[in-house]
Design a protein around this ligand. Sequence first.
Ligand code: GLU
Length: 287
Amino acid sequence: MSPPLPYRGRLAPSPTGYLHLGHARTFWIAARRAREAGGALVLRNDDLDATRYRMDFAQAMLEDLRWMGFSWDEGPDVGGPHAPYNQSQRGPLYRAALARLHAAGRIYPCSRSRRDVIEAAGAPHEGGPDDEPVYPAAFRPGPGEPLPPLGERIGVNWRLRVPDGEELFFEDSRLGRQSAVPGRDFGDFPVWRRDDCPSYQLACAVDDADMGITEVVRGEDLVRSTFRQLLIYRALGLPAPRFHHCPLMADAGGARLSKRHDSLSLRALRAQGRSPESLRDAWAAGA
Ligand code: GLU
């Protein structure tokens, strides 16, 4: 057996709002796991979605992470062997992965609207942020239907065909064994969007593989995405990292923290005079 690869972890915030306490806690766990393993930490700027991303949030994100006491070995501001670390600058890598999926016949174009899918499939049952209705198998192209070329500019969604009924597993280092059945728990999902932008699932898997990430630490709202990404690794013949999904933080009323919780953004807490140490102590105490 070959020796285990040296640990490489990552922080992958999206600059779509100010970072809040929930992000900081997840990142703290990621940074601690990398440090304890004597490994490296990569900061990746997930600024893929040009419609939601804002430059000032990207700047604020770096500042807030530094203020909180984070440091990283590679990232958009410090460079590194896997540069660029901004997803918006990594388009050719995603496009190359898409071309491989296309050549392998693993994807197909879909011009159904979200409404078509919801009408045929019903609303997603769990309602989590990474949940979408199970794409109806009846919407798939028929067997033997020729696959059109990708074309220079993409104007339809391209979906990955999932192996219906196969039970998928991974061992989460916090949650233990996780399983899901494609076709039941999630369906064919977009790897490329009709606005000619790669999907989060594709970009994330391609980057984690390209950057040699050995363990992905992120919130447990993304467990279902992990299964989708495992299928992308498999289709591309790439080794998958290990996973550690962290508990999500809730506000005093029990609602999951989101970027709408401005009062719990690191910016706001800092403006209120809170110190990074006091915030970390609150996590340690379970607050
Ligand atoms: N940028 C994504 C997010 O903030 C990253 C998720 C991940 O860690 O894979 O939700």
